[in-house]
Write a protein that binds this ligand. Structure first.
Ligand code: FUL
Length: 743
């Protein structure tokens, strides 16, 4: 540290080299890189980037809820089109108390609701549009979903946030719509006065904006002044459609938000970033100090950050600004963001949700889990059950600290994030001793990021076993929080080693826990010969929930039982020994240990593809031929060329089948070729085709999960043709990773 005095004299206005507890380092949430900065001085600066007070408070929420509710709940679509009749929002009952109780039981701290999704329909009594609940039958047009939710939040002690979609299809599609109407930029007073509906809050603003930005600001004014304190404003970057080169005057929005909701963090802009996927995945190394080309406080638009490495030293060296911007890991408890139905829309298991909780909260991120209310205005029973169970697991695992009586690092063991152990080049490890032996399989580490930034780059934990140190787990960064998961170990002596860091890290929390190991989650696959097999579930992020390779468990005391008739497997169901043939239908499997059972894995298996043939396709690129759409391998795919308005593929199913649905798995190598709208055609001879039904899938680019289209009436045919009409993101090629037809 002494060396830095000479090296970084020029930095003294921003930072101080004195890292004693009495004199804290000078920090900021954004630090500019200067032309003469060296690699070392850039890292020095990075080690002084800290969250703002609001960001830090938001991190402390850890686990928060998302609510997607609106016309889509009633039309069963993922994306609306803005032309929905408000009357379809046929809400008879609304029970926001039930939502809040379930969220509280789940241990969540805040809820963010879609007060306006991309369709433009508003869930509150806005003065500035009629396209919303005021035109629905809900409480004779007098209802206000946000008002009810805000009251329930107060009752249950939850914070409230609002999702207000900048994309607005109603304002795009209707004749008088304001979005992209090419109106002039003039000085406008916000809020605009509306006869008979004065505001209690008398603050006013003048912004130089166009019609749509004025509309947006007026609505923000209502949301931030009439529904109690708002703690997060969520700006979605997704756009089903754009018009008229509409720009967003975010700098004005930000001014209004920081004035009216001073405690709020802003998602999708400088405060909080999207984690980069909608599947609940957190990076193994989730840095929140992010390199920027421009000053994030002066930017109007923010690009999605989706790369694997977003904040390593190498990335920071290219920056013009270093900026604290934390991740939010978002996903839905059900397939899709909106409620569709009870039987066809899968609900994630408690195993799955708890696993994502540990990875995200314990991976320097915030977990934002969506629970879409149903058409009764309630959370469905299965969703509530999962929320409760996850809440129980969080309590059971994390409310008991097995290092509570430990000694060796008082300021990290005191369960108080404001005190910390400051490491340095002489002291790079912390040894902890407990009074008695403890058996643990989880350790929580936290850094005092509010004062010392996120500095640890690599660390490991050892246990004293058989008179020697044995490494039990290692990981990369820590930041706000790292949950380390490992096979259980019993000892009374542990050692935390910092292996690499950006200057001296401050460890504020070390705690130890025990998670009761459950039988593994399972995944179900079927090969081209129709053989179905079960494996411990692996996802893109690797599945080692207990820090060990669970596939070994399959032969060690775990029994898998399954059914093919849709019923839930029991201890007396068929036992799984080897892959078995399934022509089509629903397969369910469960892993049992001696006294526990895992969660149900289920998969609707499409008809066997062994005899299918690709008859024709309009084109293909490179090696992406039609056969790859029917090879039971979602990593290979058919990809058409760019020529022509629509693309097609024709399949011979080998024999006539009566089918209830078709399944589309998009390719995930990049976001090209996702068929948003298309038509299914049938034929008697594989030559002349007639339309059977149109289909539509929304939000494919951000959520490229397999989709199912249920036919209005059974489709009886041997020959099928899938024809694209529109491709997501206005792309020109069509692609299919896997096609399925369900009986
Ligand atoms: C996406 C949207 O398009 C989805 O509908 C959903 O709201 C999700 C949270 O963000 O970008």
């Amino acid at each position: 540290m002494k060396k830095c005095l000479g090296l970084f004299v020029f930095l003294l206005s921003i930072v101080s080299c004195n890292t004693s507890k009495e004199e804290l380092p000078k920090t900021s949430s954004t630090i500019a890189i200067d032309a003469d900065d060296t690699k070392d001085s850039i890292i020095y600066k990075a080690a002084h980037v800290v969250p703002t007070k609001n960001q830090y408070e938001a991190l402390k929420n850890e686990y928060i809820a998302f609510i997607h509710f609106g016309p889509n709940t009633f039309t069963r679509m993922e994306w609306g089109n803005g032309m929905e009749d408000p009357k379809i929002f046929d809400l008879k009952n609304l029970d926001t108390d039930q939502w809040c109780k379930a969220m509280k039981d789940a241990q969540m701290k805040m809820v963010v609701i879609t007060v306006k999704h991309h369709d433009g329909f508003v869930l509150w009594q806005s003065r500035y549009t009629k396209h919303g609940i005021m035109s629905s039958g809900f409480k004779d047009g007098k209802g206000d979903v946000l008002k009810e939710l805000s009251a329930s939040c107060q009752k249950y002690g939850l914070k409230l946030g609002v999702y207000l979609s900048p994309a607005d299809l109603y304002q795009i599609e209707n004749k008088e719509g304001l979005y992209g109407n090419l109106s002039k930029y003039t000085d406008r007073e916000i809020p605009r006065k509306v006869e008979g509906r004065p505001f209690k809050n008398k603050t006013t603003f003048t912004f130089n904006v166009d019609d749509y930005n004025e509309y947006f600001l007026n609505q923000l004014f209502e949301l931030l002044t009439e529904y109690g304190p708002i703690h997060e404003v969520w700006f979605d970057g997704a756009h089903p459609k754009r018009k008229g080169g509409q720009k967003y005057n975010y700098i004005a929005w930000k001014k209004l938000i920081s004035t009216l909701a001073p405690e709020a963090v802003i998602f999708g802009k400088q405060d909080i970033r999207w984690c980069g996927n909608e599947a609940g995945g957190t990076r193994d190394t989730e840095w929140n100090i992010i390199p920027y080309e421009n000053n994030p406080h002066e930017m109007n638009s923010f690009a999605d950050i989706t790369g694997k490495d977003i904040g390593s030293r190498e990335k920071l060296y290219d920056a013009n600004f270093l900026h604290y911007q934390q991740a939010e890991t978002n996903t839905s408890i059900r397939e899709g963001w909106f409620y569709r139905d009870e039987d066809k829309q899968k609900v994630r298991s408690a195993d799955d949700v708890f696993d994502m909780y540990e990875r995200s909260v314990g991976g320097n991120s915030t977990f934002l889990l969506n629970i879409p209310p149903n058409r009764e205005g309630k959370f469905s029973p299965e969703d509530v059950r999962v929320l409760e169970e996850v809440g129980e697991r969080i309590k059971e695992t994390y409310s008991t600290n097995l290092f509570a009586d430990a000694s060796g690092a008082e300021d990290a063991l005191d369960n108080n994030t404001t005190t910390y152990e400051l490491l340095n080049s002489d002291k790079k490890e912390i040894i902890i001793e407990t009074k008695n032996n403890v058996t643990i399989n989880r350790i929580i580490l936290q850094e005092a990021i509010d004062k010392y930034s996120e500095r640890v780059e690599k660390h490991a934990v050892d246990a004293w076993v058989n008179n020697a140190w044995k490494e039990i787990v290692s990981a990369t960064n820590i930041g706000y929080k790292r949950i380390l998961r490992f096979p259980e170990v019993t000892s009374n002596k542990f050692r935390v080693r910092v292996l690499e860091s950006r200057l001296s890290p401050a460890i504020s929390i070390i705690s130890a826990h025990y998670y009761k190991t459950r039988p593994p989650q399972l995944s179900i696959t079927r090969n081209l010969d129709g053989l179905v097999s079960f494996q411990p579930k692996k996802d893109d992020f690797g599945w080692k929930p207990h820090g060990e390779d669970v596939s070994k468990n399959i032969n060690s005391g775990i029994e898998i039982r399954y059914t093919t008739d849709g019923s839930t497997p029991t201890k007396t169901s068929q036992i799984y020994k080897e892959p078995f043939l399934v022509y089509s239908g629903e397969v369910k499997a469960l892993a049992f240990s001696k006294d526990e059972k895992g969660s149900v894995a289920s998969k609707e298996i499409g008809i066997l593809k062994k005899k299918w043939k690709v008859l024709n396709e309009d084109s293909w690129t490179s090696t992406h031929v039609g056969e790859f759409a029917i090879d039971e391998n979602p990593t290979t795919f058919w990809m058409s060329d760019e020529k022509g308005k629509s693309h097609f593929i024709e399949i011979d199913l080998g024999k006539e089948e009566t089918l209830k649905a078709f399944g589309y798995t998009p390719q995930t190598k990049n976001s090209n070729g996702m068929i948003e709208q298309g038509v299914i055609k049938v034929s008697n001879n594989g030559k002349s085709w007639k339309t059977f039904e149109n289909f539509e899938f929304g939000n494919l680019i951000n959520d490229p999960t397999p989709r199912t289209h249920y036919f209005k009436k059974p489709m009886k045919t041997r020959f099928v043709r899938i024809e694209s009409k529109t491709i997501a993101g206005s792309k020109k090629q069509a692609s299919i990773a896997e096609l399925n037809f369900f009986k």
